[in-house]
Design a protein around this ligand. Structure first.
Ligand code: AMP
Ligand code: DBH
Length: 583
């Protein structure tokens, strides 16, 4: 089959190389789950809370703890059967191979069965995150020309069904809204909504319609096809979509499972929203399934909920972002939560830089091994090795997982820095993408002509080949692991009638690492809005809450560089000096 339009295909000689070297083994998600279910149908695959997820937590902890008992307990056989029924239901709706489907579900069992169903029919999930709102979802639907949008039930302050009806009214490609829960459509909705329960009740499983995982009739995807579209944290106006193929992504699961020490006896706890690349694949729930292990979905990363699940489910490994790790360390050290953590072997921390100081507390406080993870949805993932010495574990962000991951550390003129010096990281290898989806112009900047991806991260390499993340040269804020493109927020501020210019930068935060500070120049002669009104205005534009500027500063003009550009460097210094002052 010809490649999906808008996807930069792997050059054939490289694809051949990754196959010859054994990275790509001709697996698909559909065949993987089918094989596991055939090998050990009775083995537990998934534990998920009955009450559904607490939405809108982003990747940072919420104050309250969840009460939902973990109810769904599915074996591999059951998961496979459920995915198969839903796949048949999706097909009966008319959803076809290569169709794009925006999935916005939290840490609930519906996420897992739905994405496996989509994989099985070769439709591509677009992995929206729970905090995303109108502008993000509309942009994903438009970029992907999505035919369906899968949502969960309402949460306090947000009914995704209302959003779905609104989006559907504006996007004619969006034929179906599928609800994991009560599928009553709001009054005035263009079409009736479909309940996931009804899809699951399909009389014939998909495998009865289509028999082989790689069937010749073109009903199931081949390993070289794009399996899904992941989101980029981005540095541009709207998040870019990242096409990942079955073959290369399944390699990342296989290798991650190995480097994270997964065995069939392992229990992985997803404490962050599972749609994110990290809890999905590093090793994440998908790595756990690959290894025939068990995945547990936590409805929230707060210490009591997540650590309570560690104790109850005998969790062996989990992955969090630095602020969550800090909360857990403090909760355990301070005795505010007292759960039995003796099963926990590995705590992964990644998504943003974890300070060496905090890293040193992990083993003595939690009694487990720390694994730092420096990854990106575009591909490259680095892990500290579980058997590395403690100093390497606490002071580096690991080394690439594949022997054939190539790294370059370059200065501002794209010349290699001296070994050990800090510079911009470029990479290519057996699972790093060749380009974003439908983004020709952006790809020309983000990739070199010979296929290197410019990560936008500033790193240095230690003499032993480990990476230390030193900063960033992309215009992005990393708010405790949640990435915010400055330009995206600036565009929303510029839409305010009183705003003449806006510049968004990071300001240091002891807990999140960074928060956002928006500097705003007002138009002459306007009635000046208060900072809080500008924040409210941005929120009212319908975007994820974590993107609303934490602080807004009104200034008369921006500092400029020699060539007259806004000096974000100076603004960051200014933001840092004001970070202590009351907002
Ligand atoms: P994304 O491209 O949205 O998937 O985000 C990936 C980015 O997150 C990387 O390019 C880094 O900027 C950041 N990141 C991920 N893990 C780490 C880490 N352990 N330390 C520092 N930054 C990280
Ligand atoms: O931040 C990330 O995107 C990330 C972090 C750790 C990631 O994509 C991953 C591991 O796979």
């Amino acid at each position: 089959m010809s490649p999906l339009p808008g996807v930069v295909p792997w050059p054939p000689e490289l694809a051949e190389r990754w196959r010859a070297l054994g990275y790509w083994r001709g697996e698909t998600f559909g065949s993987m789950l089918r094989e596991r279910a055939a090998e050990h149908p009775e083995r537990p695959a998934l534990v998920a809370p009955a009450g559904g997820p607490i939405q809108d937590t982003g990747t940072t902890p919420v104050g309250s703890s969840a009460t939902g008992a973990a109810d769904a307990r599915w074996t591999y056989g059951e998961l496979d059967e459920r995915a198969d029924r839903i796949a048949a239901g999706l097909r009966a709706l008319g959803i076809r191979r290569r169709d794009r489907v925006v999935v916005q579900l939290g840490n609930e069992s519906a996420f897992v069965e739905t994405v496996f169903a989509l994989f099985r029919i070769g439709a591509l999930p677009v992995f929206a995150l729970p905090p995303h709102r109108r502008t993000e979802i509309a942009s994903f639907v438009a970029q992907a020309e999505a035919v369906a949008y899968v949502v969960g039930g309402p949460v306090p302050g947000f009914d995704p069904r209302e959003l779905a009806a609104e989006i559907q009214a504006e996007h004619p490609t969006l034929r179906h809204v599928i609800v994991a829960g009560d599928a009553t459509a709001p009054a005035g909705a263009r079409h009736p909504f479909v309940a996931l329960d009804d899809l699951r009740a399909h009389p014939r499983p998909y495998s009865a319609i289509v028999d082989t995982p790689h069937d010749r009739g073109g009903w199931a995807p081949t390993p070289d096809e794009v399996a899904f579209l992941q989101l980029s944290g981005g540095s541009t106006g709207v998040p870019k979509l990242i096409p990942r193929t079955h073959d290369e992504y399944l390699y990342t699961l296989r290798r991650s499972a190995e480097l994270c020490g997964l065995t069939p006896a392992s229990v992985y706890l997803a404490a962050l929203p599972v749609a994110h690349n990290y809890p999905l694949s590093s090793p994440g729930i998908m790595g756990a399934f690959y290894a025939g292990a068990r995945a547990v979905l936590a409805p929230s990363p707060d210490a009591d909920t997540a650590l309570g699940l560690v104790a109850r489910e005998r969790v062996t490994i989990t992955g969090v972002v630095p602020p969550v790790a800090l909360v857990w360390l403090d909760a355990v050290a301070g005795g505010t939560v007292e759960h039995d953590l003796s099963s926990l072997e590995v705590l992964q921390v990644g998504g943003a830089k974890f300070s060496a100081e905090a890293a040193r507390r992990v083993r003595p406080t939690l009694g487990c091994t720390l694994q730092q993870v420096f990854g990106m949805a575009e591909g490259l993932v680095n892990y500290t090795r579980l058997d590395a010495d403690e100093e390497t574990i606490v002071t580096t962000q690991g080394r690439p997982m594949a022997a054939h991951d190539e790294l370059r550390v370059l200065d501002e003129d794209d010349a290699p820095v001296a070994l050990g010096e800090s510079g911009a990281l470029l990479t290519r290898g057996p699972y790093t993408i060749q380009g974003y989806y439908r983004a020709e112009e952006h790809n020309a900047r983000a990739f070199t002509p010979d296929g290197w991806y410019r990560t936008g991260d500033l790193v240095r390499l230690t003499p032993r080949g480990d990476l230390v993340v030193e900063g960033r040269d992309k215009d992005q804020i990393n708010r405790g692991g949640e990435k915010i493109a400055a330009e995206e927020v600036e565009n929303h501020l510029l839409a305010h009638p009183a705003v003449h210019d806006a510049a968004v930068v990071a300001m240091p935060d002891p807990y999140l690492g960074e928060r956002t500070c928006a500097f705003v120049v007002l138009r002459d002669g306007v009635d000046p809005p208060r900072p809080v009104e500008l924040r409210r205005f941005v929120r009212g534009r319908g975007l994820a809450d974590f993107k609303v500027p934490d602080r807004v500063e009104l200034v008369d003009a921006f500092p400029r560089t020699n060539v007259g550009k806004v000096s974000k460097k100076d603004l960051r210094l200014l933001a840092a000096s004001r970070a202590q002052a009351p907002a």
